[in-house]
Design a protein around this ligand. Structure first.
Ligand code: PLP
Length: 388
């Protein structure tokens, strides 16, 4: 018995099921860097954002333990009350120094950080010029901000320019590395349009940090720019850094403005201090261990050259993210099930996460995979080519 209209919700769930887009969460009962156990079976994991194998590493676990020895459990309050500890402040300073910008502020997730930036700096009567493939967190916030959302064609500076010509004041929003395709934004062109039209740029480099650039400074670094060339930059800790949470970095006034006005910051318990402590450890470790990035690059190129010997076509990505676009949800689901039967976990990504008819398997190759892991994946895909 419920006071909600359960039948209506059930109907929508049934529609999802009919479309082949119904989703459930697999429960992971144990894991190592590359192997997960779920439903009583173990699988080689090609579906994690733990690009550098940090999340399951002993080194990070050790740092997290030291953090809990010092700070114990949660932060106990929102940051403006008493939730901001020395561990949080130390991480903020590290990030600002590491990126060469004035200041940084922490959020409990990348989703919250993006919502905060958009809702704090965009208001009715202004424009948000966002890449069409921007993350859901950005699109969602754009609607809530009341600003006019203009979605330019993916990675197309000409399309952005047309919107800027017709629009007004606002914010350009793009990502360093796009989460579903692994391709990079054309930062030079975007910055030059931003200068020409006097519109600030907000860059979400959730997938670039740790993976790309000197010391893992991200897409900005790999494309030869400085973070100070952008107005605001965000990154998450839940991907290459293997913890959780996120930061926004940039000009000190803008960061102080967020601390005073961003509701996601003010009305939310700060991340546990041990998490901030472990995250700083991870960022330093990842910066110092260039071999993690070298190993990742080798693994990605290994996968791509082995795939070139098959009939499959991969996108242009040289990132961990390697999408194999199959079209219909059914095809993606049957491929994912086939791989599962071979002991490989690689989830089907379906609409509405990706556009219609671009359902895919989004493989993520990490630095923790071995050459044998990658060979086994490609051999299994060859088998699927014959069978499906
Ligand atoms: C994952 C992701 C986020 C969200 O970050 P979380 O910390 O997982 O909430 C934001 N932006 C992009 C581009 C992402 O890929």
């Amino acid at each position: 018995m419920s006071r909600f209209d359960i039948a209506d919700f059930q109907k929508k769930l049934d529609e999802r099921r009919t479309e082949g887009n119904y989703r459930t969460c697999p429960v992971i009962s144990s894991r190592t860097g590359t192997v997960i156990e779920t439903g009583g079976r173990s699988y080689l994991n090609f579906s994690s954002n733990d690009y550098l194998g940090m999340a399951a590493s002993e080194e990070l676990a050790g740092a997290w333990c030291r953090g809990t020895e010092i700070w114990k459990g949660g932060s106990g309050a929102s940051p403006l009350v008493t939730g901001l500890t020395g561990a949080h402040r130390s991480l903020e300073s590290f990030i600002a120094d590491f990126l060469g910008v004035e200041a940084a502020v922490l959020f409990s997730s990348g989703f919250a950080a993006n919502q905060a930036v958009i809702k704090t700096f965009c208001r009715p009567g202004t424009f948000i010029y966002a890449d069409r493939l921007s993350h859901a967190s950005l699109q969602e916030a754009a609607v809530l901000s009341g600003a006019e959302l203009r979605r330019f064609t993916h990675n197309d500076p000409d399309s952005l320019k047309r919107f800027l010509e017709k629009g007004g004041k606002g914010l350009i929003v793009t990502e360093g590395v796009f989460s579903m395709d692994g391709d990079e934004a054309p930062l030079a062109e975007i910055l030059s349009l931003a200068d020409r039209y006097g519109i600030p740029v907000f860059l979400d480099d959730a997938h670039g940090f740790g993976v790309h650039g000197t010391g893992g400074r991200g897409t900005v670094s790999v494309q030869g720019f400085r973070h100070g060339d952008f107005d605001l930059v965000t990154g998450t800790f839940g991907k290459a850094y293997g913890t959780g949470g996120a930061f926004v970095a940039g000009n000190r006034v803008l960061i102080e403005y967020m601390v005073n006005f961003a509701r996601e910051y003010i009305y939310s318990t700060h991340m546990p201090p041990a998490q901030a402590y472990a995250t700083e450890f991870s960022m330093r470790y990842v910066a110092e261990h260039e071999e993690l990035r070298n190993r990742l690059r080798c693994n990605v190129e290994h996968f791509r050259s082995a795939m070139a010997q098959t009939g499959y076509l991969l996108g242009e990505s040289h990132h961990s993210i390697q999408p194999l676009i199959l079209g219909s949800s059914e095809k993606a689901v049957s491929m994912s099930s086939f791989l599962k039967s071979r002991g490989i976990f690689a989830g089907a990504i379906r609409p509405p996460t990706v556009p219609k008819n671009t359902a895919r398997i989004r493989f993520t190759i990490t630095s923790a995979h071995t050459g044998d892991d990658i060979e086994f994946l490609v051999e299994s895909l060859k088998e699927a080519e014959k069978l499906l």
